[in-house]
Ligand binder design. Structure first.
Ligand SMILES: Cc1cc2nc3c(=O)[nH]c(=O)nc-3n(C[C@H](O)[C@H](O)[C@H](O)COP(=O)(O)O)c2cc1C
Length: 339
């Protein structure tokens, strides 16, 4: 049921929520710290004294986890699991009461895949499906540069993305200069720190500001990205993870219909092409979402009308393997079949 205005107002800031549960087997752990280094949020931390990872919350957030299961994907010993579910119980960001099913690993062939080893499932798939199920967001890169031929092949995959009316409302800015990436990261991080500070402490005025903003631009004020902003702070503003290549995808504001959708499809083409070339990628929304408040980003990247930054992609060779399958939450599906 849709939340009433009163519920939206009273639970916009830190709504009552059920969180995932962190499970860890110290016997199996190899202390490689990869879970901690690659966690996209501030959830997985490293206890230096006891040489073990632990999961943590963030102010009002009990567990600063977005349920991406990155920690499971990268763990060579498979000693970490995020169980349970994330469920906002009240307010605008409330997750549906109805259960559509449990979190589950890839099951392209349905029930017969339950409990089947992932490698076996992969063996029965097309190459494209294998790329889809094996892709992970990579946040730890080798310093090795991406060959220019590969960069061009990735851009070409983007150029051939479908778009509304074949309008191709894109422009690509390709940055291989790490100093430029670092500069953009730092500018964007400053804006993120300001946003994060609204959630930092329980105070009336912060609560008021978040509530007011959530009424104007609801999608931007969900509590989960805040945990990722805290991670940016803990890694000294490293938004693009020192990747050797960042591709910024700009949308032409005059694009037919909804150019943001075209950008998403274009980015997905590029990500799949990169994965097929043995590269890792990570979608980065933080730079685009902070750019409107940071003119220095536009200036550094020379972004001018009719273009606007819509999404950025980190690309590079992964430093660690992301081979373990992860589970994903269910998505409601309705079939309308002919009798
Ligand atoms: C539009 C979009 C924006 C994203 N922005 C960021 C980002 O700024 N930083 C980051 O670390 N991950 C970002 N991600 C990656 C998501 O966190 C990730 O896709 C999700 O947790 C699922 O994990 P997976 O990609 O490993 O399957 C973004 C993903 C998308 C699609």
């Amino acid at each position: 049921m849709k939340a009433s205005l009163l519920e939206k107002i009273s639970h916009a800031h830190m709504p009552p929520t059920l969180f995932y549960r962190f499970e860890y087997d110290p016997e199996k752990c190899t202390h490689c710290m990869t879970c901690y280094k690659t966690c996209p949020t501030s959830c997985i931390q490293w206890d230096e004294e006891n040489k073990r990872p632990y999961a943590t919350g963030l102010n009002g957030i009990e567990l600063a986890c977005i349920g991406c299961n990155n920690c499971e994907a990268v763990c060579p010993a498979r000693c970490i699991h995020m169980r349970g579910e994330y469920r906002v119980l009240k307010g605008r960001y409330k997750t549906p009461e109805e259960k559509f099913g449990e979190m589950a690993p890839p099951m392209p062939f349905g029930e017969k895949d339950r409990g089947r080893p992932f490698e076996q499932i992969l063996g029965d798939l097309t190459q494209t499906e294998a790329i889809i199920f094996k892709r992970r967001s990579v946040r730890l890169y080798k310093s090795k540069p991406v060959p220019e031929e590969y960069i061009k092949r990735i851009l070409e995959a983007g150029r051939f993305a479908p778009s509304a009316g074949n309008g191709q409302p894109f422009k690509f800015i390709v940055v291989t200069d790490r100093e430029v990436n670092r500069k953009i990261d730092q500018i964007s991080a400053k804006v993120l720190y300001m946003i994060k500070s609204l959630y930092a402490k329980k105070s009336r005025w912060r609560k008021f500001v978040v509530t007011a903003l959530s009424l104007i631009s609801a999608n931007k004020w969900d509590q989960r990205p805040i945990a990722a902003m805290e991670k940016v702070r803990q890694t000294n503003g490293s938004i693009t993870f020192n990747a050797p290549l960042v591709i910024h995808i700009l949308k032409d504001k005059r694009g037919i219909s909804k150019p943001d959708i075209d950008v998403g499809i274009c980015a997905s083409n590029m990500v799949m092409a990169a994965q097929a070339l043995g590269l890792g990628t990570c979608y980065i929304g933080f730079i685009a979402s902070t750019a409107p408040y940071a003119p220095a980003i536009k200036k550094t990247l020379n972004i001018q009308y009719p273009y606007e930054l819509a999404l950025s992609l980190c690309v590079g060779y992964p430093k660690v393997s992301y081979d373990n399958p992860v589970s994903r939450g269910p998505v409601p599906v309705e079939w309308i079949k002919r009798n």
